[in-house]
Design a protein around this ligand. Sequence first.
Ligand code: M6R
Length: 611
Amino acid sequence: MCGIIGICGTDFVAERLIAGLQRLEYRGYDSAGIAVIDHKALHRVRAAGKLENLRQSYASAPIDGLTGIGHTRWATHGGAEEHNAHPHGTEAVALVHNGIIENFHELKATLGDVVWTSETDTEVVVHLLEAELKTGADPERAMIRVLPKLEGAFALLICFRDYPDTLIAARQGSPLAIGQHHGESFIGSDAVALSGLADQVCYLENGDWAVLKPDTIQIFDAANKTVTRDFVANTVQIAGLGKGNYPHAMLKEIHEQPGVIGDTLHSLIDPKTLMINWADYPQSQYLRTPLIQFTACGTAYYATLVAGYWFEQLCRIPIRHEMASEMRYRDIVCPQNSLGIFVSQSGETMDTMEAMRHWQELGGQTTAIVNVPTSSLAREAHHTIPTLAGPEIGVASTKAFTTQLTALHCLAIWMAEQMGSIPKAQAQSMVADLLDLSGKLVAALSIIEDYKIIAKEVLAPASGVFFLGRGLNYPIALEGALKLKEITYMHAEGYPAGEMKHGPIALVSPELPVIFIAPSDRWFSKTFSNIQEVAARDGNLIMLTDQAGTQAVKEHGLDHKVRCITLPDVPETLSPILYSLPVQMLAYETAVCLGRNIDQPRNLAKSVTVE
Ligand code: M6R
């Protein structure tokens, strides 16, 4: 959840560390800090709150050196205050940490007379290392002695006053990427941290630790044997990381969707044959799967709920959905050769990672649908399908979700066609529909005034919001409620429209707007009955629909009670992709009206690498 970065260089590092922290701020923004070594002294500057506060503290008392580390925090142990901000340290050691040292309490008890300066789990590692240094151990020896004592999932980065050209790093669960450029070494939580610093990166594996000097990188495995890790191109472009000409990264990412969905499609489809292009997919194994289990968290989980409808209908296979945080601890049954599909934007979500490892231990096959191709999930899955959303910086996931839907839909079509449950012509026609989608997405994004008016007049003043949908669009109701909660802090609930009469209808009142996601599909007449039920109780109604749905509202004389947002017509199976855009836009415009911090909502972080 936290972001860490380190530079062991030949030029000053402070400004570069702070710039790196800016790229990492999406991982947490409760506090930030840097430590540098200068003339055999360790200097630290830290500040609670956003990175801007650190910049101000740094500007009023600048520090610098050729070796340094930095941290942006999502608080786990200890509040978001300066004394809990990283780097933690003494005069001899400074350390930044991502993850949790689970046995910190027991370890503290072994340390005797230490003056503790924070409530963090991290500080114990500082004192364990210092105790080793005091016995005369050098940094490497100190690491070899301390690392086996630490339990939990973590990434550590440490610098030492008496070894000014050395950084030491360790990975147990939480990722670390290393790069080198022009005689300097760089390390960070991910390739985003190193973009603009290193063109090639390698990733530490679990249990690895490393010694970085300006011109050398030595990597050791858990048994302290020297190992090599392959370098790959760091394809993250700094240019893609900002807000562009938009006021918020989230809005930029919403508007990127027609393009990145197209990119994802073109990476998967042969435009000449209109077939999904998976020549090297392990057909014999996967096509015999007795069931498909989908596992993910948050928005990615909702993408898998949509996918369940597609796979069930097209492939005629039993489907199971699991939330990763639950599944990883379940005594779950994995029938022989079963396929598990694990979906994640970051590919570093701890619960999804552990759920996938659990499935693999049970003998299951694993496919990961991941936006970060170098992530741990992508590297450990048997097969990976990359989504080409590009870096997603807004904490509220938008383009990652719709590209996940796109990839999942392609996989469903491919499997169904390969299994013979749909004819080739049907598969080709569905692919053609997908390729035809981008103009409709652009049209859905062009009706900005509709979203603004409803946000301002209906949603922002409301006490809470209900999102209702049926079938393929029930998960979009869940996603709409999550988006609104995340960036407006309003209470919102997503519900299957047909379930409303079993209790939630008691909440209907003019203060609680109800948003129906209701394209004129096979579920429409049922959903329309639910709309009438809410209208009959003077509910405040909004309907996301198409021309036919808007017409039905008029024909039933409900146009004075229901505000319609009319979207382009799309084939039924693709409506969840299109209808994701208006729910994102409504959440965004409501958050604008309420003056929320849209790209950095309170209490959240982009990548959840703790349990
Ligand atoms: O990186 P992942 O896709 O694995 O992340 C999963 C969730 O943490 C994520 O989707 C979260 O729910 C988003 N903030 C939703 O906007």
